[in-house]
Design a binder for this molecule. Sequence first.
Ligand code: NAP
Length: 481
Amino acid sequence: MTGPHPGPSSASSTGSPSRSSSRSSSEPLHVAVVGSGPAGFYAADALLASEAPQVRVDMIERLPTPWGLVRSGVAPDHPKIKSVADTFEQIAAHPAFRWYGHVALGTDVTREELKEVYDAVVYAIGAQTDRHLGVPGEQLAGCVAATDVVGWYNGHPHFHDVEVGLHGERAVVVGNGNVALDVARMLCTDVAELNRTDIADHALAVLSASAVREVLVVGRRGPAQATFTTLELRELGALGGVDVSVQPAGVLDIPEDGLAPAVRRNLAALRVLAATPPTGTPGARRLVFRFWRSPIALEASDAGSVARVVLAVNEPEVAPDGRIVARDTGQREVVDAGLVVRAVGYLGVPVAGLPFDAAAGHIPHEQGRVEGGDREYVVGWIKRGPTGVIGTNKKDARESVARLLADLGAAGPRDPRPDRPVRLEAWLRERQPALVTDEGWHAIDEVERAAGVVQGRPRVKLVHTDDLLAAARRADGSWGS
Ligand code: NAP
């Protein structure tokens, strides 16, 4: 963004961002949290809990809606997990908290500007892209990233037009983490079940016409190395009209000595699935686990889209560091598949001007303080990489906020004038005239929930940015038509 600096603070208007007051100021610190997923909300919560110094929080989000992966990552058939959004709404109700949506870092506001107008900036921007397999054929139509599929079925406005080709009888999901399980489950679940969820309407329509009969979940290592959580494995046994298949030989006869309790629980859950007879339901879909297999090439149909996956058969090998790794035996298997979903991990993207560890996909930091940064902090996946469940972010955020408060606690706000919040909002509105406020978001929420009531669903999501903004405009009317 070019042009004159907005300078909502006296410090910035003189071009000098130096701290202008001491701790004696009765005004709170004003911190920007960029990103409104779980990590951002837990960071906001920890900041708002601080009494000395007191802190105001402006949360800035690029979408017109909050909650990050709780809205657009957690699978629609997991409403219990999504209910953590109630906690986020309680945090958002704090009088020192404001949420501002439809403001993109890097286009509407820059890192430099945020640093200048706020006392500190907390980046809670998650891991916004995905890892690749790095095999020939990966670019073919019909090979998609799980991040895109997840965004697509969850109605994320950037992913409504992802092509999820369900014309073939078999889909292959690569990866042995919870995202792979989510995608596999969504591809197998009866649409009558999904029709009770907040799944995006476009995804429901495509899934209703699905020709997929079998979903193969492919792991390059074995069940003892998989990162599934046990609850997610167990729930597969309760999926109506789905036969789950786990090859017992060479997979489940693993000696348990020395295995972590979580791994033992997973193996027990897989054994139960392996021992469960087929449902006998006519037309039942199959969800098949295939361990110790790595896709090494995707082959095309005459039409140029994915038709087959070449799998290398692996065997376990102990690496010098003691890890069990996959060794290619040289054997090959070829399976037909009309869709390949790579669920091999999310990946963070850099913020211009901040350091970035490209291999790990996160911003290097010390206890949450960005290495070499200036009053800049990280929380969540951009801090530690894409690991852990929603609750993991609580402790993670507390650590970064403790660092922030220790760093800034002795200094007062950069701008001690009491109308600072009003001027910051005016600045944000100047940068993004279609700014969505908490009130705008609540108008969206109301529209979606009301549509849900009619259909017996929790909500019917608006999936186009224009529609979201139009709904928000009812409350944020000041920015006109
Ligand atoms: P993940 O748990 O890290 O799983 C990634 C999987 O991809 C691993 O099995 C990994 O195998 C495999 N992989 C990586 N590179 C590969 C390659 N080149 N070829 C084949 N396989 C490859 O990540 P995730 O599933 O994306 O989940 C991200 C985080 O979100 C996790 O912490 C997860 O628990 C969480 N999550 C939780 C829920 C829930 O609680 N219900 C739902 C969704 C996600 P290796 O182990 O061999 O590297």
